[in-house]
Design a protein around this ligand. Structure first.
Ligand code: HGY
Ligand code: MN
Ligand code: MN
Length: 438
C-alpha cells in the first residue's frame, strides 16, 4: 500500500473521535446571517454585491483570527488554507459552497456549506491533523446569478469554464467589471482565477436539502447521487404601448397579455405535459408598467430542469414552440435567448461511499437522493470527482425567509463533512505531480 495511503488510513483511525465545535459553527452562521439581512424579510446578499463582499470580509477576518490564510481571487472567490499549504503542490481537496443569496433568500443556502468548511479546516488546524491531500475551503462568488446574470460565476472561473466572463452584466446592463473591482475581485486578472487542470483532487459540498424529503422521512443525512441540469431562457415580448382607454380591444398588441399566455404555457410544459421535471417563470419586467397604458414590452425568464439532459432539451423546445404560437396569435414579437445551460451530473461513487461511512462512523442514518437544486458542485464536476451531503430543511422551505434547519442537524452535517474529508484521503488518487499555482 502506497505510503500516502498508509498515512491516510492512520489519520482516519486516529481521528475517529474528532468532532467540530458546534456552538462556534452556529454562532458563525448567526453572525453571517446578519450581513445582508433584508428589512422586508430574509437575506438579500446578491452575488458580487457589496453585501456578498461584506460576508467574505467577515469570513476572511474570522479565518485570519483562527490562524488560517484567506484570500480573494480575481473572480471574487474566497479561498482558505491552513498555514504552510503549498501553493505549487499536489492537488487539493476543495470543500465549500457559496455565500451569495437570491433576493430575500434564506440564511443557510450556500452559507452553511462555507461556514461548515471553515469549521472543518479550523478543527484540522487545531488538531494538527496530517492530510496527505490538503484541504482548501472555498466560498464561490455569485452562485445564484441574481444580480450579475451568470449563475455559478465563481465555480466556472476557478474551473476555467467561464465563457466570455467580462461580458456578464446586471439587468440594467452594468458590466460585471464594475462590481468585481468594488468587491475584492480584479477584472484585469480574471483569467488567473482558473486553477491548472488536475489541481482539484476532489470537491465536497455540504448543503441544505432545500426540499421536504429528509425531514419527511426523519433522516438526518442525505447522500446526493445526482444534481439536476437547468436551462434558463431569456424571453422578450414586444407589442405596442397604447392608450388603455382609446385603443379598441381588437387593435391591441398587448405584450403583457402575450407574456401571461407564455407564463401559463411554461407551467403546463412540466405540470401537465410532464416534458421535464420542473418549468418555472421567476422574473417578469413589464414596461412602461403603468395602469392606463397597454404594455408595450415585457422581459421574462423561463427555466426548465431535469436530471435527464434529453428531457431538459425537450423542455426547452416545448417552451420555444409555445412562444412561437403566442407570437403568431398575438401579433407581438417574441425573442428567445439562452441565458444559461448547466448539465445534470452524477456524484462520484467512491465519495458517496466515503460520505456513507462518515455518517455511519457518527451513527447517523443516511439516504441516497438526487438534488432538485443546482449547485457549484455540478460545475466542479467538469474537472474533478464530486461528493454532496444534505441536511434536512424545515418544511422543505428554501429561497425564502423561512428557510431553516434544526441546529442539531447543522452540527451533524458538519461532523459528517469532517469525517468525509478524512475518509476522502483514501478515496482520491494522489497525483503527486506538480500542477502549478493554485
Ligand atoms: O437555483 C438553484 O437551484 C440554486 O439554488 N442556485
Ligand atoms: Mn440557491
Ligand atoms: Mn445553494
Amino acid at each position: 500500500m502506497p505510503r500516502s495511503e498508509l498515512r491516510a488510513r492512520d489519520s482516519l483511525e486516529r481521528h475517529a473521535g474528532l468532532r467540530v465545535d458546534g456552538a462556534r459553527l452556529l454562532r458563525c452562521l448567526d453572525e453571517l446571517a446578519a450581513i445582508g439581512s433584508d428589512p422586508a424579510g430574509g437575506i438579500t446578499r446578491l452575488g458580487l454585491s457589496p453585501q456578498e463582499h461584506a460576508a467574505r470580509t467577515y469570513l476572511r477576518d474570522l479565518c485570519a483570527a483562527a490562524g488560517l490564510e484567506a484570500e480573494t481571487d480575481p473572480a471574487g472567490n474566497l479561498l482558505v488554507r491552513r498555514p504552510g499549504t503549498p501553493r505549487r503542490a499536489v492537488p487539493v481537496l476543495l470543500v465549500g459552497s457559496h455565500v451569495d443569496t437570491v433576493v430575500q433568500g434564506g440564511r443557510l443556502d450556500g452559507a452553511y456549506g462555507v461556514v461548515a468548511a471553515i469549521e472543518v479546516l479550523r478543527v484540522l488546524h487545531e488538531h494538527d491533523v496530517d492530510l496527505p491531500v490538503e484541504m482548501v475551503a472555498v466560498a464561490f462568488a455569485n452562485e445564484e446569478g441574481a444580480l450579475i446574470q451568470t449563475p455559478f460565476w465563481g465555480s466556472h472561473a476557478l474551473c476555467g469554464s467561464l465563457e466570455d466572463g467580462l461580458a456578464a452584466k446586471d439587468r440594467a446592463g452594468r458590466p460585471v467589471s464594475a462590481y468585481l473591482a468594488q468587491t475584492g475581485g480584479d477584472p484585469d486578472r480574471l483569467a488567473e482565477a482558473a486553477w491548472p487542470p488536475g489541481s482539484v483532487a476532489a470537491f465536497l459540498e455540504l448543503h441544505i436539502e432545500q426540499g421536504p424529503t429528509l425531514e419527511r422521512l426523519g433522516v438526518p443525512i442525505g447522500v446526493v447521487d445526482g444534481i439536476v441540469g437547468r436551462t434558463i431562457l431569456d424571453i422578450e415580448v414586444v407589442g405596442e404601448a397604447q392608450h388603455a382607454g382609446t385603443t379598441p380591444m381588437r387593435d391591441r398588441r398587448d405584450a403583457l397579455v402575450a407574456a401571461a399566455e407564455i407564463i401559463l404555457a411554461v407551467q403546463r410544459v412540466a405540470a401537465e405535459q410532464g416534458v421535464c421535471a420542473t418549468a418555472t417563470t421567476g422574473y417578469v419586467e413589464a414596461h412602461p408598467n403603468v395602469t392606463n397604458t397597454i404594455t408595450g414590452h415585457v422581459r421574462l425568464t423561463a427555466e426548465v430542469r431535469d436530471t435527464d439532459p434529453d428531457r431538459i432539451a425537450r423542455g426547452e423546445a416545448a417552451v420555444r414552440a409555445e412562444c412561437a404560437q403566442v407570437a403568431a396569435a398575438s401579433g407581438c414579437a417574441v425573442e428567445v435567448e439562452i441565458g444559461m445551460r448547466s448539465r445534470p451530473v452524477s456524484t462520484a461513487g467512491p465519495l458517496r461511499d466515503v460520505i456513507r461511512e462518515a455518517a455511519e462512523t457518527l451513527d447517523l442514518p443516511h439516504l441516497t437522493m438526487p438534488s432538485g437544486a443546482g449547485h457549484d458542485a455540478q460545475i466542479v464536476a467538469r474537472v474533478a470527482p464530486i461528493g454532496m451531503i444534505f441536511v434536512p430543511s424545515k418544511q422543505g422551505v428554501s429561497h425564502a425567509p423561512g428557510e431553516d434547519t434544526a441546529p442539531g442537524d447543522l452540527v451533524h452535517g458538519t461532523n459528517v463533512l469532517l469525517h468525509a474529508v478524512l475518509g476522502a484521503q483514501t478515496a482520491v488518487g494522489l497525483h503527486g505531480d506538480h500542477v502549478g499555482d493554485v
